[in-house]
Design a protein around this ligand. Structure first.
Ligand code: ADP
Length: 420
């Protein structure tokens, strides 16, 4: 039984006894009546004593909640709690909830003052952290797994309040921090490093293998040497491409919060992109057809970064399109329907290649995501081209969309804020 329950039981007993004595006193007389009045006085004193002890408890709670005063207003726990962005709960020394803020109420729907914490949350880690803190005054943390929230990661910190000398704390403060986003970023970084190392290790292992062969069994084999050196040059080029793309991605990420301010004529830019890709398209017998915008199409942006965007998309269309097929590029202007950027420049790049199955479309811009890793590597892909496109477009407040029909081809569309 908790101390509060014991007090309530005592109060109820007092009330019943006083009521019974009052009824008895109506028909009793003489010494019996005097005795009844004496007993009444005794119970009234008991009730008063109880009321005083209750008041002391309330006083304790309110003392604990007062945090200072500014001008003529006393600041209370609620003022402080309301300003706290994270959920916060104060417990007394028996782990009963004294107070909490609205963020905590949003997290635990059964949260109420005066009930033990176990009635609100039975997470064993949290309960152990709280009792540890209340017992020895140390700060503890606990990982919470809220029901029905896949992947959410909450960390509760339990701190002691009101420690004096050797005495245990008179209360504890629980604050809860949502670390889901931090955790997700950490996981992404770990995956990224693992993927990048794997991508580098493969060509590196191949180069080392050929060096050993050339130093050993193929030392005097002229023909083998020529062939192996050509493969080694290919692998070295693959590593260079990967490092270039990694550096480019990290440069774009660094600038993610800086809005670009330049003006770029997209008709001109696409011409430059095609000039740089013409030899590659000829090698694969792919015809590139451009339908420019009738007027100059001025987009807001950084020329080098936008060059990279269209270079990656057109190169992919040639690379993953059909050998001897075509790539069509069209540039248009359209109204966005939004107040902020009323005009958009839209560049669409279509190929008549094998297309992409629908289940891959949502993941194409993830780093190192490829429909076929083998095919991508064989034709010089790094798996970072579309991730770079996405990051550059985010910084430019642009959008990328993709439509694909298996067996017919793929269209990537870029929409960028444009000058009228
Ligand atoms: P990669 O360096 O492998 O080309 P990207 O990020 O540029 O990496 O592209 C990711 C994947 O998307 C590619 O591996 C390929 O499977 C697919 N892809 C991109 N563009 C096209 C396209 N035009 N047609 C078919 N598949 C494409």
């Amino acid at each position: 039984m908790t101390r509060d329950n014991a007090r309530l039981g005592l109060a109820a007993l007092c009330a019943v006894a006083v009521l019974m004595l009052a009824v008895l006193s109506v028909w009793a007389s003489g010494p019996l009546r005097d005795g009844i009045f004496f007993a009444c006085g005794l119970f009234a004193a008991g009730a008063a004593l109880f009321a005083w002890s209750r008041g002391t408890l309330d006083q304790k709670a309110s003392d604990m909640t007062r945090i200072g005063s500014a001008s003529d207003k006393t600041l209370t726990w609620m003022d402080l709690a309301a300003a706290m962005p994270d959920p916060a709960i104060v417990l007394d020394e028996a782990s009963v909830i004294l107070n909490y803020n609205s963020a905590a109420r949003a997290l635990f729907e059964r949260l109420r003052q005066g009930v033990p914490l176990e009635h609100v949350n039975r997470d064993p880690e949290l309960i152990a952290a709280v009792s540890g803190t209340l017992r020895n005054g140390e700060k503890n943390t606990a990982r919470l797994v809220p029901r029905g929230s896949a992947g959410q990661r909450l960390i509760a910190t339990v701190a002691p309040l009101g420690i004096t000398g050797e005495h245990p704390p008179i209360a504890a403060l629980i604050t809860i921090h949502d670390e889901s986003e931090q955790h997700r970023l950490l996981e992404m970084r770990t995956d990224f490093i693992a993927n990048a190392s794997h991508e580098l290790r493969t060509p590196l292992a191949s180069v080392r293998g050929f060096i050993e062969t050339l130093q050993g069994p193929a030392r005097n084999d002229e023909k083998a040497r020529e062939r192996f050196l050509a493969i080694m040059a290919d692998q070295a080029e693959r590593m260079t491409r990967l490092i270039d793309d990694l550096l480019l991605l990290s440069r774009v990420e660094e600038k993610a919060n800086l809005k670009p301010t330049g003006r770029v004529d997209l008709n001109d830019l696409i011409e430059d992109v095609l000039r740089s890709l013409q030899p590659f398209a000829e090698e694969r017998s792919v015809a590139i057809d451009v339908e420019p915008a009738s007027d100059p199409l001025m987009a807001m942006g950084d020329r080098d970064e936008l060059f990279q965007v269209f270079h990656n998309l057109v190169e992919n269309a040639v690379k993953y399109g059909r050998d001897g097929g075509y790539v069509k590029i069209s540039l248009t202007k359209k109204a966005s329907g939004r107040e902020r950027f009323p005009t958009l420049a839209v560049v669409s790049i279509s190929d008549n290649g094998p297309g992409i199955a629908p289940e891959h479309l949502p993941r194409l811009t993830e780093r190192f995501y490829r429909v076929s890793a083998e095919h991508s590597r064989n034709i010089g892909g790094t798996g970072l081209g579309l991730a770079i496109v996405k990051h550059v477009l985010n910084r430019h407040q642009g959008e990328l969309s993709v439509q694909s029909v298996v067996g017919q081809g793929t269209t990537f569309k870029v929409a960028l804020p444009a000058y009228k």
